[in-house]
Each structure stands twice: as structure tokens, then as C-alpha cells.
Design a protein around this ligand. Structure first.
Ligand code: NAG
Length: 134
């Protein structure tokens, strides 16, 4: 029967496209951790610009308002830096650091008037960085 090989071919072609599509949709990234940044600046301070990046990944400049959270994924075991800007102030810090953060699934940052604070449980905070003013 002539149709047999045709079915096998259709089957192989669909397997091929299934494999291709599942490797380009981003699911090959195993997310190691999530960086959470909470904007806790004073009311009326306006939106904050933030850019988080590693050597391999760059999430670009994003904006998030007072009282809201910015979030991005850690895709590689590498140092991630975040840079925050609001008005004339600028701060940068190591948002994810493999040696410090290990296998923790979330790293929380609180951005406040008096500095940048780190937490692993979203409740106890340690001040890690400060604003620079020009
Ligand atoms: C962290 O805590 C704040 C304040 O309690 C809460 O609003 C926020 O949803 C928490 N974030 C996460 C990701 O649990």
C-alpha cells in the first residue's frame, strides 16, 4: 500500500517541528531564581527607571511606579546587576550573586529613600547599597 511511507514522513516532520518549536520558545531556560525589586520611595517621587543585566542577559530599561514591584528572572549562574534611577539619584547593586545567594529561589530588594535593602524572605532587610547624587 503506497500511503504507508507518507504517514511515516508526516509523523517525522511533525516531530521535527515540535522539537524546533519547543527549543525556540524560551523554555530551554531553566530559571534559577527571581529578582524582585520593590519601589518603596516616598509618595509622589514618580516612576523609577531600572535596568537589570548579567553578562549574558539584558532586560533593558524598564519603568515602575512607587509602591509597585519590578521582577526579572535569573537564567544563568552569573552576577546580575541592577541600576535604578529616580530624579537626579542613581544606585546600582548586585541583584543576584551566585556566591551570596546560592540556590535561593527569590532575592528581594527594597528601594527606599535611605538606600537599597536585601532580603531572602521578603521580611528581614539588610542595607546593601546607597544612592549617589550628582
Ligand atoms: C513582599 O512583601 C510585601 C509587603 O508585605 C508584599 O506586598 C509583596 O507582595 C511581597 N512580595 C512577594 C513576592 O511575596
Amino acid at each position: 500500500m503506497g500511503g504507508g511511507n507518507g504517514h511515516v514522513l508526516v509523523f517525522l516532520v511533525s516531530v521535527f517541528f515540535f522539537i524546533i518549536s519547543s527549543s525556540v520558545d524560551g523554555s530551554q531556560y531553566k530559571q534559577l531564581s527571581t529578582i524582585h525589586v520593590m519601589n518603596s520611595m516616598a509618595k509622589g517621587s514618580g516612576p523609577m527607571q531600572i535596568r537589570c543585566k548579567s553578562r549574558y542577559t539584558d532586560y533593558g530599561m524598564q519603568q515602575f511606579g512607587e509602591g509597585t514591584e519590578y521582577r526579572c528572572g535569573v537564567r544563568e549562574k552569573a552576577v546580575y546587576y541592577c541600576m535604578g534611577m529616580t530624579g537626579r539619584r542613581i544606585a546600582s547593586w548586585h541583584a543576584f550573586q551566585p556566591r551570596r545567594d546560592g540556590n535561593r529561589k527569590a532575592v528581594f530588594w527594597l528601594v527606599k529613600e535611605n538606600g537599597i535593602f536585601l532580603s531572602w524572605d521578603n521580611s528581614t532587610w539588610v542595607r546593601k547599597s546607597d544612592w549617589e547624587t550628582d
